[in-house]
Design a protein around this ligand. Sequence first.
Ligand code: ZN
Length: 134
Amino acid sequence: MASPQGARVLRVVGPVLLALGVLCFGYVLVRFVQAATEPAPVLTNDPAFGVTPAIFLGILLLGGGFQATWWAYLGPASRYVARETAPALEVSARAAREGWTEDARPQGSGPACAACGRVARPGAQFCDRCGAAV
Ligand SMILES: [Zn+2]
């Protein structure tokens, strides 16, 4: 979606947000382990940074990180696919438009058609392409 510069920024921001989100959930996991192993009610008595905000923040960071990474890498990826498949699509489209048989027929070594210039097969009386007499 973004310009190359924007994609470069997202390529840094996305993984950073993802890492922070993972850290948040790691923190939450640690707190849960502490709560399970310690007798004190750690989850409810936390003046510094509660587990519930950490979960919400982690979800936000992971969501934003995924989105930014998606934007950063989806754009170049889809452009690459488009660039790689465009020539084949164009050839197919042109063939479908002009007809597959047009140039599939072998050109001969006879005289060139006076009307269209296609080289006729030796001994041919009419042009393969336009039907004019040669
Ligand atoms: Zn002709």
